[in-house]
Ligand binder design. Structure first.
Ligand code: UDP
Length: 467
């Protein structure tokens, strides 16, 4: 298409919050859009840019004000977020300007919903802005209710659960932790609520979930915004296989010990291994670490456990040596590769939204051990809405004990309910694949989005500026 006398195709700049659980789905979105004919550029901080290695997507640095070591360099969340807003706005604007006289000027910024200032930058440049939510539709809907004043903080649901059409009744236990103890996480809570501060100005609201997964809830959310569900954002090889060589996200803040994991998994029986990971952010208490360690050791199952370098000191002394025969402990792995391996029979997960979508998309039954944030709500869905696993019960100090862990492992691996859980897990895998495959609900939404960016169409009667 010709525009302003130049060869023109839509060009999106994709801006994630610079942590693993946000870079993964946004980078995946960039790859998906590039595979459909858009030019895509990932804009990420100086500190994280060196961790990205991906084909068909441009990668450009912006600054969060802490170019040496990112968040770790800031005094606290408050300082970090403020600096990111100021320096990020300026450097994102410079990046958009850099392409202005090129053959492919930027016509849309897809920004992490944590960074709503990016929409202001897009609008200053007269281009589209699309907010990308990395949580479930249910969690977005809960925070939106707070923003709109329908729910007050701290959330108290001791007597009546929160009823959201399409979701199981949500009790106090199932609510995101930021809402139960708002004073404990002021900066994060403000950031979560800020996602909605200028959302009505956003041209699209993209959600990393899919219609079949959160059907009714998703409908409710799209009544509030021009919402589009485009997930699951997982490398194509594990779902539709339409993007060539797309086997990993393409960003890793830690070095995955892939060969070691694959070699070890090859020696294991089909569906015999318990894979354990608490994602990139959770820090367990020493007690919780011990309970998991002794729970795994005492169970009859073999296990692969990701214990990040920063958590190693909490492992009971001699644990790795005393479990050499049945377990492997690594500091980081390629989680998708592990989940896709036929030896893995169960995923003990903190229920971060990416891990939840990954387990579901690969059809792996789960034991949820949620610790904070939206993990608690996701675990509820794993157990009650989708029936693809169980949620482990915590004791009064918030720890999951060794016996409870073993009980959950037995339920999922071999108990009465395990057959049903496995059946549900395979069905959800098929639905996830369908959603992102040609003509699926998410695929159609992505095509629609791409169509607008390539053709500059109207969105539901609104003529959008700048394109
Ligand atoms: N992950 C990984 N290797 C690991 C553990 C996690 O690649 O050893 C990836 C995982 O595939 C997921 C992301 O890290 O995409 C974690 O995101 P999630 O939302 O599950 O949790 P968070 O880290 O944000 O708490």
């Amino acid at each position: 298409m010709e525009k302003r006398g130049r060869e023109y195709r839509g060009h999106v700049v994709v801006l994630p919050y610079p942590c693993q659980g946000h870079m993964n789905p946004l980078l995946q979105m960039a790859k998906r859009l590039a595979s459909k004919g858009l030019k895509a550029t990932l804009a990420t901080t100086h500190y994280t840019v060196k961790s990205v290695c991906v084909a068909n997507v441009g990668v450009e640095p912006i600054s969060d004000g802490f170019d040496q070591s990112g968040f770790a360099q800031a005094l606290n969340e408050e300082v970090y977020l403020e600096a990111f807003k100021t320096t990020g706005s300026r450097t994102l604007s410079e990046l958009i300007k850099k392409f202005e006289n090129s053959t492919s000027p930027v016509n849309c910024v897809i920004y992490d919903s944590f960074l709503p200032w990016a929409l202001d930058v897009a609008k200053q440049h007269g281009i589209y802005g699309a907010s990308f939510f990395t949580n479930s539709a249910t969690v977005c809907s809960i925070f939106c209710r707070i923003h709109q004043g329908q729910l007050t903080l701290p959330v108290k649901l001791e007597e009546t659960p929160l009823l959201i059409p399409g979701a199981p009744p949500l009790n106090f236990l199932d609510m995101p932790s930021f809402l139960k103890a708002p004073e404990a996480y002021p900066a994060y809570l403000r950031m979560k609520l800020n996602q909605y501060s200028n959302l009505e100005m956003s041209d699209w609201v993209l959600g990393n979930t899919f219609e079949e997964l959160e059907c009714e809830v998703a409908k409710g959310v799209s009544e509030l915004w021009p919402g589009m569900l485009i997930g699951p954002m997982i490398p194509s090889a594990y779902l539709d296989g339409r993007i060539e060589d797309d086997r990993g996200y393409g960003a890793s803040l830690w070095k995955p010990l892939s060969n070691e994991c694959m070699k070890w998994l090859e020696t294991q029986e089909p569906e015999s291994v318990v894979y354990v990971s608490f994602g990139s952010m959770v820090a367990l208490t020493v007690k919780q670490m011990e309970e998991i360690a002794w729970g795994l050791k005492g169970s009859e199952f073999h296990f692969l456990w990701v214990v990040k370098e920063s958590e190693h000191g909490k492992l009971p002394e001699g644990f790795a040596d005393s479990t050499k025969e049945k377990g492997l402990v690594v500091t980081w792995c390629n989680q998708l590769e592990v989940l896709a391996h036929h030896a893995v029979g169960c995923f003990v997960t903190h229920c971060g939204w990416n891990s939840t979508l990954e387990g579901l998309s690969l059809g792996v039954p789960m034991v949820g051990v949620p610790k904070w944030a939206d993990q608690l709500t996701n675990a509820k869905f794993v157990e009650e809405a989708w029936g693809i696993g169980v949620r482990a019960k915590e004791d009064e100090k918030g720890n999951v004990g060794r016996e409870e862990l073993q009980l959950c492992l037995r339920k999922v691996m071999e108990g009465e309910r395990s057959q049903e859980i496995k059946r549900n897990a395979s069905q959800w895998r098929e639905l996830a694949k369908e959603a992102i495959s040609e003509g699926g609900s998410s695929d159609k939404n992505i095509d629609d989005f791409v169509g607008h960016l390539l053709g500059g169409k109207e969105i539901e009667g609104r003529v959008l500026n700048g394109c």
